[in-house]
Design a protein around this ligand. Structure first.
Ligand code: NAI
Length: 462
C-alpha cells in the first residue's frame, strides 16, 4: 500500500496529462491503468492509429490521382496491408512508450491493473488498497451498443476492430455518419473498399455547420463513398464471413437490406465507468449516464473528481486534456479553467473539416445578429498548387461588435488553421483583428485572413 496526494484512474489523454501536471505542481501522483500500454483509447485504438491509416491511405490516393498530373509517372503503389498495419502499430508503440518516459521523467507511478474505489480516499487495485487525498476518474468511454447488432470485432466491428481487420474488405457498411464512420470509411474507400454509410439523420456529422455538412458529403461522395440517409438500422445478421444490414427508411417506413464483408458500427460512444463502484459510493450521475461534476470537476462525493469522456461535454481527447490540466491546478490550490466555448473539433479526412464556436444554425436559434465572411480555397494559390482547392473558410462575427463567434473550415490543413481562430477567440478578437494580421504568402492560412476580410469590406482574391 502506498499513499499519494492524487491517484488518477485511467491513462488516456485526460488522465496522463492530469498526472504530469499534478507532478509538475509538486503533488505525489500515481495513475492506475489496466491496459498493457499507456495512452488510453486515443493512443491505442483511436486518434493516433486512425491518423496513421488516414495518412498512409491518403498517400495512396495522391499517387493514384495526382502524381501523373505533376509529371510523376509510373504505376501507383500496391498495398501491403500487413506492412501498413505494422506501420500503424509502430506509431502506437512510439507514442505509448513516450508517455511511459514522461511518467518516469516526472516521477508519476504507474499502478498496473483495474481500479475500484471502495471509499473516498481509497483506490483498490487487485489485492492492494492505496490511499490518496484526491482521486480523479479519467476512465474514458466505450462504443455504445446498437439494439439488434452484435459486435464480434471480426465481421461486425467497432473502431477498434476496424483498425486491425485481417484484410481489406471488398464491401463495408458503416452505421453512423459521424466522425468515426467518416474517418475510417475514408480510409477503406481509399484502399479500394466499396463503402456505404447508413445514417439515421438527413445530414452527416450532427451538430456541424449546415453548409459544411452539405459540402463535406458532396466531396466524400465524389471520393466514392455511398450514403443512405434517413435510415435507421434495425439489425445486423452475421453469416460467417459476411453480414446483412437491415434498415428502415424513415420517410416511408420501408424495409431494406445491404450485404457487406464488414460492418462498422459507429453510432456514438458512452462513458466507461464499469467496476469503479460509483453506485455504492453514491456518486451522482447525469440522465445520460455521465458522472455529474461541479465547476471544479468534483463529483457529489468530496475528494473524488472526474474529467474527460466520463463527464458531460464533447468526447474529445483535447477537451479531456484541458480538464486534466485544470483539475491538477485546482488540486494544487490554484485556479483551473477550461473555456468550453472555444474547443475546436476536427475531422481528419481529406479535406479536413474543423470548427470552433457557434454555427449559423445556433446563432439563428439564439436570434443573434451576425455576419458571415466566407472564402473559397479556390482563391488560395497554395491550395490550388497541391490539388486542394475544394472547400472554404467561413467566419461568423457579431454584426455590431465584429467579435468572432465561430469558424468553420473545410479544406487543406483545416485542423491546424482552426487554431488561429481559437487564439483570436480566446483574446476576444474581432474579425478585423484577424484581417489586419499579416499572413505569410503563399499559405493556406491566407484563406482564414480572407474570410476575416470578407466579414468587413471584402476578400481580395474572391
Ligand atoms: P457520432 O456521435 O459522431 O456519430 C454517430 C452517428 O450515428 C450520428 O450521425 C447518428 O445520427 C448515427 N446513428 C445513430 N444510431 C443510428 C442508427 N440506428 N442507424 C443509423 N445511424 C445511426 O459518433 P462516432 O462517430 O461513433 O464517434 C464517437 C465519439 O468519438 C464522438 O463523440 C466523436 O467526437 C469522438 N471522435 C472524435 C474524433 C475526432 O475528433 N477526430 C475521431 C473519432 C471519434
Amino acid at each position: 500500500m502506498a499513499s499519494y496526494d492524487v491517484i488518477i484512474i485511467g491513462a488516456g489523454p485526460g488522465g496522463y496529462v492530469c498526472a504530469i501536471r499534478c507532478a509538475q505542481l509538486g503533488l505525489k501522483t500515481a495513475v492506475v491503468e489496466g491496459r498493457e500500454t499507456l495512452g488510453g483509447t486515443c493512443l491505442n485504438v483511436g486518434c493516433i492509429p486512425s491518423k496513421a491509416l488516414l495518412h498512409a491511405s491518403h498517400q495512396l490516393h495522391e499517387a493514384e490521382h495526382n502524381f501523373e498530373k505533376m509529371g510523376l509517372k509510373g504505376k501507383a503503389p500496391s498495398v501491403d496491408w500487413k506492412q501498413m498495419l505494422a506501420y500503424k502499430d509502430d506509431v502506437i508503440g512510439q507514442n505509448t512508450k513516450g508517455i511511459e518516459f514522461l511518467f518516469k521523467k516526472n516521477k508519476v507511478d504507474w499502478i498496473k491493473g483495474w481500479a475500484s474505489i471502495p471509499g473516498a480516499g481509497k483506490v483498490k487495485v487487485g489485492d492492494e488498497t492505496h490511499e490518496a487525498k484526491h482521486i480523479v476518474i479519467a476512465s474514458g468511454s466505450e462504443p455504445s451498443k446498437l439494439p439488434g447488432v452484435e459486435v464480434d470485432e471480426k465481421v461486425v466491428v467497432t473502431s477498434t476492430g476496424a483498425l486491425e481487420l485481417p484484410k481489406i474488405p471488398k464491401t463495408m457498411v458503416v452505421i453512423g455518419g459521424g466522425v468515426i464512420g467518416l474517418e475510417l470509411g475514408s480510409v477503406y474507400a481509399r484502399l479500394g473498399t466499396q463503402v456505404t454509410v447508413v445514417e439515421f439523420l438527413d445530414a452527416i456529422t450532427p451538430g456541424m455547420d449546415g453548409e459544411v455538412q452539405k459540402n463535406f458529403q458532396r466531396i466524400l461522395k465524389k471520393q466514392g463513398l455511398d450514403f443512405i440517409m434517413g435510415a435507421a438500422v434495425q439489425s445486423v445478421e452475421t453469416l460467417k464471413t459476411k453480414a446483412k444490414v437491415n434498415y428502415k427508411l424513415r420517410k416511408d417506413d420501408s424495409d431494406h437490406q445491404l450485404d457487406a464483408d464488414v460492418v462498422l458500427v459507429a453510432t456514438g460512444r458512452k462513458p466507461y465507468t464499469d467496476g469503479l463502484g460509483l453506485a455504492d459510493l453514491g456518486v451522482e450521475m447525469t440522465k445520460r449516464g455521465q458522472i455529474a461534476t461541479d465547476d471544479h470537476w468534483q463529483t457529489s462525493v468530496k475528494g473524488i473528481y472526474a474529467i474527460g469522456d466520463a463527464i458531460e461535454g464533447p468526447m474529445l481527447a483535447h477537451k479531456a486534456e484541458d480538464e486534466g490540466m485544470a483539475v491538477a491546478e485546482v488540486l494544487a490550490g490554484k485556479h483551473g479553467h477550461v473555456n468550453y466555448g472555444v474547443i475546436p473539433g476536427v475531422i481528419y479526412t481529406h479535406p479536413e473539416v474543423a470548427n470552433v464556436g457557434a454555427t449559423e444554425e445556433s446563432l439563428k436559434e439564439q436570434g443573434r445578429a451576425y455576419k458571415v465572411g466566407k472564402f473559397s480555397f479556390m482563391g488560395n494559390g497554395r491550395a490550388k498548387a497541391v490539388f486542394a482547392g475544394e472547400g472554404f473558410v467561413k467566419i461568423l462575427a457579431d454584426k455590431e461588435t465584429d467579435r468572432i463567434l465561430g469558424a468553420h473550415i473545410i479544406g487543406p490543413a483545416a485542423g491546424d488553421l482552426i487554431h488561429e481562430v481559437c487564439v483570436a477567440m480566446e483574446f476576444g478578437a474581432s474579425a478585423e483583428d484577424l484581417a489586419l494580421t499579416c499572413h505569410a504568402h503563399p499559405t493556406f492560412s491566407e484563406a482564414v485572413r480572407e474570410a476575416a476580410l470578407a466579414c468587413g469590406d471584402g476578400a481580395i482574391h474572391a
